[in-house]
Design a protein around this ligand. Structure first.
Ligand code: SAH
Ligand code: SF4
Ligand code: F3S
Length: 439
């Protein structure tokens, strides 16, 4: 038997890219590829890229440049670019970096086997279509390998919101929801392979409206169906848009036992003037009232968010409104970014904020977020949580897992296996994680 060919995949960007990389690896598994952790012994290198900020996109070209030597040594090595940079730049990538053999957009992964075969004839392969066929159905015949306790599952893809700064509607295309029965089948399959916690993914996951047995289903409806899957212990979802936070989803946070008390709900800014220019179609006030309702349903929920500072025309006063909103919400986690100009988006054409002012705002915002994060984490000390153990820690006998609130929890001398869900009393709070003891 011939040696299996080796595939090295490097993943950038969001969780959906992590999910997509798994699917690509499985698809190429059908072509005789096995994954390798190093590019040096690979027969094919795939970069699954992100286009969200300028730096993310530029990283791809510098990474590709580094493969020059490898390709010179090994002419049979094929190099591919997948993901959102592939979608946004298409053929341009091959022009800018001729060592690239293959460019595949996020909607065309299921065509990878044919594309790979084409590169083996010495030709270049490019596919950035938004095809009609269901890529998930084409991808489903894959090897049933054992899995770790947590998994991502894409339920919705694309976005119709067109925030003025964002490339996602262009790189992922229009909003599409997968039919509920296929998602439930995939969840059951994951559970059979060892998964205990599933995070439902979508660029606008709470806009989910996939076909169900009795017409379209909401995300809450889907979560209630998944709640019935035996062996599945935890359900999470990300990323949500404030405008799609429906009543049934808020209520599920109070009543659905497998749905975890954590919600990522990006607001981007606390200034109504800026929110309007961002085309966010919610106000700071409507967002705060929404959080009140979510907290009324689930008082202990940990909130998380995303922020952009230095959006075109943002003044110090606008920025203060963001600080005030953060002060009011107190996020358990929050991600903040300096605005990055994305060609082709409406905000790219507008007057830009002085980069030093934007840097200064980012630092102040991050300091406030870090303080809240730490306060919320410290307040866990003395509380009893449930931990899903995911791996062994750095110290002998130590095990690491996540609480329902998504905090990392370390337990020393823990007589537990990966995949076990156990009660833990929190005893200490460190820089980025908690320590605890089994109850
Ligand atoms: N679908 C998700 C977000 C996807 S992008 C949502 O709607 O929330 C993840 C985060 O990247 C966004 O929430 C935003 O804060 C940030 N982001 C997007 N475009 C950006 C840009 N041009 N510059 C800086 N940050 C950006
Ligand atoms: Fe981008 Fe999210 Fe806005 Fe859609 S809703 S355009 S993905 S930031
Ligand atoms: Fe990046 Fe595309 Fe995800 S731009 S954040 S990889 S949807």
């Amino acid at each position: 038997m011939s040696e299996p060919k080796k595939l090295y995949i490097k993943t950038y960007g969001c969780q959906m890219n992590v999910y997509d990389s798994e699917r690509m690896s499985e698809t190429l598994g059908g072509q005789g590829y096995v994954e390798t952790q190093s590019p040096d012994d690979a027969d094919m290198i795939l970069l699954n890229t992100c286009h969200i900020r300028e730096k993310a996109a530029e990283k791809v070209y510098s990474e590709l440049g580094r493969f020059k030597g490898l390709k010179a040594e090994k002419p049979d090595l094929k190099i591919g670019v997948a993901g959102c940079v592939a979608q946004a730049e298409g053929e341009e990538i091959m022009r800018r970096q001729p060592l690239v053999d293959l460019v595949v957009g996020p909607q065309s992964y299921h065509r990878l086997p044919e594309m790979e075969a084409k590169t083996r004839t010495g030709a270049k392969a490019l596919d950035t279509d938004f095809p009609e066929e269901d890529k998930f159905e084409k991808l489903k015949n894959r090897p049933k390998a054992k899995r770790g306790p947590t998994a991502f599952l894409t339920v919705q893809e694309g976005c119709d919101k067109f925030c003025a700064f964002c490339v996602v509607p262009y790189t992922r295309g229009a909003e599409v929801s997968r039919p509920a029965d296929r998602i439930i089948r995939e969840a059951q399959d994951l559970v059979e392979r060892g998964v205990r916690e599933i995070t439902l993914l979508g660029q606008n996951v709470n806009a989910y409206h996939g076909a169900g047995a009795n017409g379209d289903m909401t995300l809450a409806g889907l979560i209630w169906e998944l709640n019935k899957v035996d062996g599945l212990e935890r359900i999470r979802f990300t990323t949500s848009h404030p405008n799609d936070m429906s009543d049934d989803l808020i209520e599920a946070h109070g009543t659905c036992e497998k749905l975890m008390p954590y919600l990522h709900l990006p607001v981007q800014s606390g200034s109504d003037r800026i929110l309007k220019r961002m085309n966010r179609s919610h106000t700071a006030e409507s967002y705060l009232r929404l959080i009140e309702r979510i907290r009324a349903a689930r008082p202990d929920i940990v909130m998380s968010g995303d922020f952009i500072v230095g959006f075109p025309e943002e003044t110090e006063e606008d920025f203060q409104a963001t600080m005030d909103l953060v002060e009011e919400v107190k996020y358990g986690y929050a991600y903040s970014f300096k605005y990055s100009t994305r060609p082709g988006t409406p905000a790219a054409e507008r007057p830009q904020v002085d980069p030093d002012a934007a840097d200064d705002r980012l630092q102040r915002l991050q300091a406030l977020i870090t303080r809240h994060q730490r306060e919320i984490q410290d307040a866990m000390v003395g509380r009893k949580v449930k931990v899903l153990f995911e791996k062994s820690g750095r110290l002998p006998g130590q095990m690491v897992g996540k609480s329902e609130y998504l905090h990392s929890v370390h337990v020393s001398d823990a007589d537990v296996a990966v995949g076990e869900l156990r009660g833990v009393e929190i005893t200490a709070s460190g820089a980025n994680s908690l320590a605890g003891a089994l109850i």
